[in-house]
Design a protein around this ligand. Structure first.
Ligand SMILES: Cc1ncc(COP(=O)(O)O)c(C=O)c1O
Length: 488
C-alpha cells in the first residue's frame, strides 16, 4: 500500500472510530446477529486478485460492525469491561505501525525498556514494595499459568521442568487451592501443567458470596497433607469474577508462609482499584504474595492484550522458563530478555498503549475514574435496596454487584430464576446496556459491573429504568397468562 493511500484510508478509519466514540448510542451494545450471519455475508473462498480498500472498509462497516458486541461502549455493564480509551487506541495503532518483536532486548531495546519502566510505574501506583518486578504478559490466564509453573518448580525434588511429570513413581498429587469463585484460568493452568483439574481444591466462600473461608482453606491443606498429597500453591482472588469479592489476603499469606506454599494473587480485575487510596485497605496483605496478576486490559483503559504480573523473585521465573537456542544468544549485559520469563518467545509492544494511558490521564485522572466506577456501583446497589420487588444478593466490594428481581407472587426457586432470566434478556434486547448473569449458591442472579471509561450515571440509570420497566411488564404478563415460568 503506497504511503499516500495508507494516509487517506488511515484518516477514514480514524474518522470512523472518532464517530463511534462520539455517538456510541447509534450501536446496540450487544450484537443482534444470529449464528452464521457474518459467515453468510462473506464469500466462501479468498479473493483471487486485489480488492479496493474502499470496498474492504465498507464491508467492515456493513458486515463486521453489526456482529460486534460493543465492549468499548459506555452501556457495557457485563463481564468485566475493557476500554479502548483514546490514548490506548493510538498507542496500539503506533505499536502496530512499528510492529517490533521484543523477544530479546537487542531485537528492540525500547520494547524491553519501556516494559520495565511502565511496570515499575504501575507497581508504584499500586503501592507494592520495590522488590516486586513487573512482567507484561498477554493475558492473566497466561500469567497465572506461568506463576503456577514456577510454584511447581519450587516443589523440592520434583524437577518437572527437566523430567516432566509422566510415569514418575512415588510422585504424589500436587494440590492448588482457590476460592469456589476463582476464575477458570486456575483450573486451566492446572490442566496445562499436569497438575490436573481434580487437584484444584475449591474452598467455600464465606456466606456463599464473600471471600474464601480462611479456616476452611487451612483444614483443606491439613487434610491433604494427612492424605499424602503435596500442597503447592494458593491462588487468592482479589476481585472474584461473579461478585468482585476479595479473599482474605493476609490470612492466606500467613498460611502459605507456615506451610511453605506459593502465594499467587489473581487481581486481574480487582487489584487495579488498589490505586484508589480509600480502597487500598481492602487489599491489605497483597504485598506478602509471591506473584500478583492485574490487568490493565480490564480496568486500566487498555484494549486486549495487557496483563501485568508482579513477582518477588524474577530469577525463579528465569530458571523455570529460560532456554537460549543459538539464534537467540546475545552478549548484551545489563539488559532483560523478556522471553526468559515466560512461555512465549515473541513479544508485542504492549507497554506503548499503557505508557500512553498512564501519561495521558496521570495518577489523579485514573484514580478519579476508578473511584467513579465504585460510586456508580454503590449508587445502583442503593436503588436496588430501596426498591420493592428487587433484592440485592451482595453489596459491591468494588464496582461489581449481583441482584435479582423478586416480584410479589413469584416464589423463590426455579420460577424466580426463570423470571430473572427473561428479565435480563428483555433488558439486553433493548440495546442501550448489556448485563450478564451469574449463579450464586445454585441460584440465578443478574450481575452488573461498572468499569468502562465512558460509563456515566446516565447508563447506570438507564439500566435501572429498563430493569424496573421490564420487571413490571413481565409481572403483568404473568398475571394475564401471556408468559409462564415453567422451564422451556
Ligand atoms: C478474576 C479473573 N481472573 C482471570 C481472568 C482471565 O483474564 P484473561 O482474560 O486476561 O486471561 C478473568 C477474566 O475475566 C477474571 O475475571
Amino acid at each position: 500500500m503506497p504511503p499516500d493511500e495508507f494516509r487517506a484510508h488511515g484518516h477514514d478509519s480514524v474518522d470512523w472510530a472518532a464517530e463511534f466514540f462520539a455517538h456510541p448510542e447509534r450501536w446496540p451494545v450487544q450484537s443482534r446477529n444470529r449464528p452464521g450471519d457474518v459467515r453468510r455475508q462473506l464469500p466462501a473462498s479468498p479473493p483471487e486478485g486485489p480488492e479496493r480498500m474502499e470496498d474492504i472498509l465498507a464491508d467492515f462497516r456493513r458486515v463486521i460492525v453489526p456482529g460486534i458486541t460493543h465492549w468499548n461502549h459506555p452501556g457495557f455493564l457485563a463481564y468485566f469491561a475493557i476500554s479502548g480509551s483514546g490514548p490506548a487506541v493510538l498507542g496500539e495503532f503506533l505499536a502496530s505501525a512499528l510492529s517490533p518483536n521484543g523477544m530479546v532486548w537487542r531485537a528492540s531495546p525500547a520494547v524491553a525498556e519501556l516494559d520495565e519502566v511502565v511496570c515499575d510505574w504501575l507497581r508504584q501506583l499500586l503501592g507494592l514494595p520495590p522488590d516486586f518486578r513487573g512482567l507484561l504478559y498477554d493475558y492473566a490466564s497466561t500469567a497465572t499459568t506461568a506463576a503456577l509453573a514456577v510454584a511447581r518448580e519450587a516443589v523440592p525434588g520434583l524437577e518437572a521442568r527437566e523430567l516432566g511429570l509422566a510415569a514418575r513413581p512415588g510422585v504424589s498429587a500436587l494440590r492448588v487451592y482457590c476460592s469456589e469463585h476463582a476464575h477458570s484460568s486456575v483450573e486451566k493452568a492446572a490442566l496445562l501443567l499436569g497438575i490436573g483439574r481434580r487437584n484444584v481444591v475449591k474452598v467455600p466462600a464465606v456466606g456463599g458470596v464473600g471471600g474464601m473461608d480462611a479456616g476452611a482453606l487451612a483444614r483443606a491443606v491439613a487434610a491433604d497433607r494427612r492424605a499424602g498429597h503435596t500442597p503447592v500453591a494458593v491462588v487468592a482472588t482479589a476481585g472474584c469474577t461473579p461478585t468482585g469479592a476479595i479473599d482474605p489476603l493476609a490470612a492466606v499469606a500467613a498460611l502459605c508462609r507456615r506451610e511453605g506454599l506459593w502465594r499467587h494473587v489473581d487481581g486481574a480485575y480487582g487489584f487495579m482499584f488498589g490505586l484508589v487510596p480509600e480502597l487500598r485497605g481492602a487489599f491489605a496483605g497483597i504485598e506478602l504474595a509471591d506473584s500478583i496478576v492485574t490487568n490493565p486490559h480490564k480496568i486500566l483503559y487498555c484494549p486486549l492484550e495487557c496483563s501485568a504480573l508482579f513477582v518477588r523473585r524474577p530469577e525463579a521465573f528465569r530458571s523455570t522458563f529460560s532456554l537460549v537456542p543459538p539464534y537467540l544468544r546475545t552478549d548484551d549485559v545489563g539488559v532483560t530478555n523478556y522471553n526468559d520469563y515466560g512461555p512465549q518467545l515473541s513479544r508485542r509492544f504492549r507497554s506503548l498503549k499503557l505508557w500512553f494511558v498512564l501519561r495521558y490521564f496521570g495518577r489523579r485522572g485514573l484514580v478519579a475514574r476508578l473511584r467513579e466506577h465504585v460510586r456508580l456501583a454503590r449508587l445502583f446497589a442503593g436503588w436496588v435496596e430501596a426498591a420493592g420487588g428487587f433484592e440485592l444478593v451482595q453489596l459491591p466490594t468494588l464496582s461489581t454487584l449481583c441482584f435479582r428481581a423478586h416480584p410479589e407472587g413469584v416464589s423463590d426457586g426455579p420460577g424466580l430464576d426463570r423470571f430473572n432470566r427473561l428479565l435480563l434478556e428483555a433488558v439486553n434486547a433493548d440495546g442501550d446496556v448489556f448485563l450478564t448473569p451469574t449463579e450464586l449458591a445454585g441460584r440465578f442472579a443478574i450481575r452488573l459491573s461498572v468499569g468502562h471509561i465512558r460509563t456515566s450515571e446516565h447508563e447506570v440509570a438507564r439500566a435501572w429504568e429498563l430493569l424496573r420497566d421490564g420487571c413490571a411488564r413481565l409481572a403483568q404478563q404473568l398475571r394475564t397468562g401471556a408468559t409462564a415460568l415453567s422451564a422451556s
